[in-house]
Design a protein. Structure first.
Length: 378
């Protein structure tokens, strides 16, 4: 069988296109956004700066950041008709289903939803609207599920601070906020992952921006993609106590269970984002005076490295960070969406600027061509 005829399940190793947004470099085990190391970005910038970088290609000047942040804050509002529709969302619906539906409904209330697909300013305007309203929806949805009233957004807060305040009705300590902001930066973009590729496929049909984002949310919901961080925390809860971690992990490996938060389709020697997230996780655990999740984290990772030589991915340290901050497990993936909107949007824009319909072919493996038999012969 020639290389051209070879079926690559999951498109493994297939180069579908080129991109200027980010680079995952396996040889050096590094990840860059527009050429900047993500670790460097985490230590020296905010999520807003990174969102601007992904969309515009360069880090903002002070004036550019002020204008970008001001535009986001001015869009922290939801149409009364949409608010009314949100009230009918079932309380027991999956948070990702609710979020996906919110974005789809939001499109119907955006008068610019179907402007020219090649208008960069229009794309960025839509992105800013979602960067403003998606955190509002997630915070509202979280509070209603735990029986708490809606907290109004504060124009004086950045994206991370505003979201935290809307979730918990308090301003966090600086160290807590930094750990959360770092998680948003690390989750913002990651090349042609499943949800990003989904967004580009939808964009390639000349469908609208919101359709591409809604489709990406659906892809991210899967436990092999965005839902993995929820699965990590569910695993820690199932283990019960750090002392049981090694025995539980050995038994799970014996039963050939998938240990969530480990391994990666692209990284073979460890996810480059883990070291940065781990640094802020350990700082947060010390700040909170809670080393329980650090013990879970280190014990399971030790067994996986020893027995399987498999390293953690970003979901592994981000899950305990979100738990320490106070988020319920079922909201880990919606928070991922809140961040990844920046990366998806950058790719949607890039796809639209040099578009070609994404339409791969498949190798047929069904029955050979045959004639339809008469009814009495079937």
């Amino acid at each position: 069988m020639s290389d051209e005829e070879k079926v690559r399940k999951g498109l493994v190793g297939v180069i579908a296109d080129e991109s200027r947004v980010s680079s995952v470099m396996q040889a050096s085990n590094t990840l860059t956004y527009r050429g900047y190391s993500v670790g460097d970005l985490c230590d020296n910038t905010s999520f807003e700066e990174v969102a601007y970088l992904l969309l515009h290609g360069e880090l903002p000047t002070r004036l550019e950041l002020e204008k970008f942040s001001s535009a986001e804050r001015e869009n922290r509002n939801i149409d009364p008709g949409l608010w009314k529709a949100m009230q009918s969302f079932p309380m027991d619906s999956h948070p990702m289903d609710a979020l996906r539906s919110f974005i789809s409904l939001y499109a119907m209330y955006d008068t610019d939803a179907h402007l020219s697909q090649l208008d960069k300013a229009s794309y960025i305007k839509k992105t800013i609207k979602l960067l403003a309203t998606v955190p509002m929806f997630i915070a509202w949805d979280r509070r209603r599920r735990v029986g708490l009233p809606f907290v109004q957004p504060k124009q004086s807060f950045g994206i991370s601070e505003n979201f935290y305040n809307m979730c918990f009705a308090e301003v966090p300590k600086q160290e807590t906020m930094k750990a959360f902001d770092v998680s948003l930066i690390l989750y913002a973009e990651h090349s042609f992952n499943a949800s990003t590729f989904t967004a580009r496929v939808v964009t390639s049909t000349l469908s609208d921006y919101y359709s591409a984002i809604t489709a990406a949310v659906g892809a991210l919901k899967g436990p092999l993609h965005g839902g993995a961080n929820e699965a990590v925390m569910q695993m820690f809860d199932e283990i019960g106590s750090p002392e049981k971690s090694e025995a539980w992990t050995m038994d799970a490996l014996l039963q050939k269970k998938k240990i969530m938060g480990f391994g990666h389709r692209v990284y073979k020697n460890g996810d480059s984002r883990v070291a940065t997230m781990q640094k802020y996780f350990f700082k947060l655990a010390e700040l909170k005076g809670d080393t329980r999740y650090r013990s879970f984290y280190e014990n399971v990772a030790k067994v996986m490295l020893r027995e399987k030589n498999i390293h953690p991915n970003l979901d592994y340290p981000s899950a305990p960070v979100y738990r320490l901050i106070g988020f319920e497990t079922f909201f880990f993936t919606p928070i991922f969406v809140m961040s990844r909107i920046a990366g998806w949007s950058a790719h949607i824009l890039e796809q639209a600027e040099d578009n070609r319909l994404i339409r791969p072919i498949c190798k047929y493996s069904g029955a050979k061509e045959r004639s339809v038999p008469r009814m009495d012969a079937r």
